[in-house]
Design a protein around this ligand. Structure first.
Ligand code: ZN
Length: 85
């Protein structure tokens, strides 16, 4: 398995500036199950608390500038995810 990397417009890699969490699945064709959803919320909250940032700073891979992906997929409700955080 390989990881997808995203670069900032000035060629700095997001890898050096952002935390990234990965949920395995095709969320264009299926919704995340409740266990996965809740585990992702718990994990994200833990890091939000540790590094002191809020839900407004949580973005999806597909929302990163220059990203050419729908990741995590249209059935992963990002607005709900950020609201649930
Ligand atoms: Zn992705």
């Amino acid at each position: 398995m390989s990881a997808k990397h995203v670069s900032l417009n000035d060629n700095r890699s997001y890898d050096n500036y952002y935390l990234a969490f990965l949920a395995i699945g095709d969320f264009n064709t299926m919704s995340p199950n409740p266990e996965m959803w809740n585990a992702c919320l718990r994990t994200t909250r833990t890091f939000m608390n540790f590094f002191d940032f809020d839900a407004d700073h949580v973005i999806a891979h597909g929302e990163a500038p220059g990203a050419e992906t729908s990741c995590p997929g249209r059935l992963w409700d990002l607005d709900k995810f950020r609201k649930d955080l």
